[in-house]
Design a protein around this ligand. Structure first.
Ligand code: HEC
Ligand code: HEC
Length: 324
């Protein structure tokens, strides 16, 4: 029982098949050109980290694209070529020299974030190249590398602290009257000046100094190693200054940049990892963000630290201490 002969004669069927074949061959010549671009400076990474990016990302995010034969065939080629052009425009590991140090760090964060979220490599690409999928083990390598970039060792703590505390005292008197509120309804908490300093660092992003504070609940959680997850009521603050170097070559805090808060309430802030995020900018403590959606920017960058309840500073430090 074959319906085909009723519709087409055997000859007609063969010639239609032939036409399709010719068309498929002809269409192979419709190739948007993929420009060869020189590698101006390949990103420098530890070998195990580099291997993962090379395997899973370099086809679209470098100038060292290596297309398999399957990718060369139209229409797959059309899709891949578009991915490559767009991918390189967003992130190109082969032109790392075109980015500032701050941009490099930002891109690296985003790269691990996108991978952790399963957004990268693109699903249709993984379908064609199953080996490109980043395994859980590989993801851990990427996250650990990211965490290792953050420097937690206090650097000249006393000086930063003295200035930080002076500054906070000034701020405290100023902030009493009207307290600014973030778009997601978090009120600026002037009490942070009474919190304990958890960590200071000035190395991770060059040109800035930061002091991280924790309220009593947070400090207690740290000392009890109960930070996975942090308890409700824990509050963390991060104050950020630009860094200036005085004539004697000492690093000092320059202009105040912003104050960030993370406030733990696992139910209220369930959509952002159980943390309420708020940022207040400059000495005027201007709430950051137009709508409450600004918090997704915060949680997205903190997401690589998911198994440390989205907090960079303390859990890593206690972990290091434990392993010593
Ligand atoms: C098949 C091609 C392809 C592969 C493979 C691929 N990407 Fe992408 N990537 C893209 C395209 C296309 C975009 C831009 C469009 C979009 O945002 O979806 C993009 C966007 C990104 C962005 C956003 C950059 C920005 O400035 O917004 C990051 C980060 C990223 N990719 C990281 C990665 C990482 C890390 C890997 C490997 C684990 C990877 N990609 C693998 C094609 C690819
Ligand atoms: C580009 C990535 C990135 C973005 C975006 C980001 N953070 Fe962070 N955040 C960090 C890093 C890295 C640290 C660790 C301390 C340091 O080195 O500055 C941190 C630390 C913190 C801390 C101290 C507790 C901790 O996790 O160590 C708070 C509070 C904080 N951020 C709040 C915010 C808020 C609020 C926003 C959004 C307005 C935000 N962050 C957006 C990367 C980011």
């Amino acid at each position: 029982m074959n319906p085909l002969p009723k519709l087409f004669s055997r000859e007609a069927f063969t010639s239609i098949g032939l036409m399709v074949l010719i068309l498929l061959v002809a269409v192979q010549f419709l190739r948007p050109e993929l420009k060869e671009r020189p590698v101006t400076r390949d990103i420098t990474l530890p070998a195990d980290v580099k291997a993962i990016f090379k395997k899973s990302c370099y086809d679209c995010h470098s100038n060292e694209t290596q297309l398999g034969w399957g990718d060369q065939i139209v229409p797959a080629y059309w899709l891949v070529a578009r991915h490559i052009r767009q991918g390189r425009a967003h992130l190109n590991f082969s032109e790392w020299d075109k980015l500032t140090p701050a941009e490099r760090k930002q891109k690296l964060w985003e790269a691990v974030n996108h991978t952790a979220l399963g957004a990268m490599p693109c699903a249709d690409y993984v379908f064609m190249h199953p080996a490109a999928k980043v395994s859980d083990k590989e993801l851990t390598i990427l996250k650990n590398y990211l965490a290792s970039l953050v420097d937690y060792e206090p650097s000249d703590t006393s000086k930063i602290n003295a200035e930080a505390i002076q500054y906070q005292q000034w701020l405290h008197t100023k902030a009493q009257s009207i307290l600014p509120v973030s778009p997601n309804s978090i009120t600026y908490d002037p009490n942070y000046k009474n919190w304990q300093v958890l960590s200071t660092s000035n190395r991770f992003e060059s040109g800035t100094m930061r002091v991280i504070f924790g309220n009593e609940i947070a400090i207690q959680a740290v000392s009890l190693h109960k930070t996975r997850p942090w308890p409700d009521g824990a509050r963390l603050a991060k104050a950020l200054w630009t860094q200036v170097t005085d004539s004697a070559g000492n690093a000092r805090t320059g202009a105040f940049v912003q104050l960030d808060f993370m406030i733990k309430n696992s139910q209220k802030y369930a959509s952002t990892g159980g943390w309420g995020f708020a940022r207040f900018k400059t000495l005027k403590m201007v709430p950051y963000g137009k709508t409450a959606l600004f918090a997704s920017e915060c949680i997205n960058c903190h997401r690589p630290m998911k198994n440390q309840d989205y907090v960079f500073t303390i859990p890593v430090k206690t972990e290091r201490r434990e392993s010593r």
